[in-house]
Design a protein around this ligand. Structure first.
Ligand code: THU
Length: 156
């Protein structure tokens, strides 16, 4: 689904996106200068935020989405994560397109869905401009490799 303005979102999606925008300000991104913010909503209503955390050894850094997801799961392992909002602040002009989560983060989101057997809603925006809302991970990453596939062919 695509929306033209944050005012068109439902209350939960709008507040989650606003939390992600706040979180982006806390990013540690001295190398890319691309500050990403994420916010996840748990089934009990709690919101956990994350931002990208970079490192002088570049691959050590972690994306905002996984910081938020892993922090939420570490603190509330039994709470399903029902939604994630992601946005970013650039360093060369305003970001006017929705920020797409990277492939590794999408894989991490798929794990969250299969872990809790709950669809994960994803809300994406830049600093301004259109907002894309996806209702389930299959739409963002088809031909999924997930737990059920492993279970079918291994003894786990
Ligand atoms: N980044 C995220 O935090 N999330 C994404 O989905 C895309 C990329 C971060 C990683 C790195 O710190 C910076 O943005 C540039 O790639």
């Amino acid at each position: 689904m695509e929306f033209n303005s944050i005012d068109e979102l439902n209350d939960d999606d709008r507040s989650l996106l606003l939390k992600a925008k706040e979180a982006a300000k806390n990013a540690y991104a001295p190398y890319s200068k691309f500050k990403v913010g994420a916010a996840v909503r748990l089934a009990n209503g709690l919101v956990i935020i994350g931002s990208n955390q970079e490192n002088a050894v570049y691959p050590v850094g972690l994306c905002a989405e996984r910081v938020a997801l892993f922090s939420a799961q570490a603190q509330y392992p039994d709470q399903p994560i029902i939604a994630l909002a992601v946005t970013a602040i650039g360093s060369d002009g305003k970001i006017t397109q929705p920020v797409p989560p990277c492939g590794s983060c999408r894989q991490a989101m798929i794990e969250v869905e299969s872990r809790h057997n709950q669809p994960l809603r994803v809300i994406m925006q830049g600093e301004e401009g259109p907002i894309i809302v996806s209702e389930k991970m299959e739409d963002m990453m088809p031909l999924t490799f997930a737990e059920d596939f492993l279970k079918k062919y291994t003894v786990i």
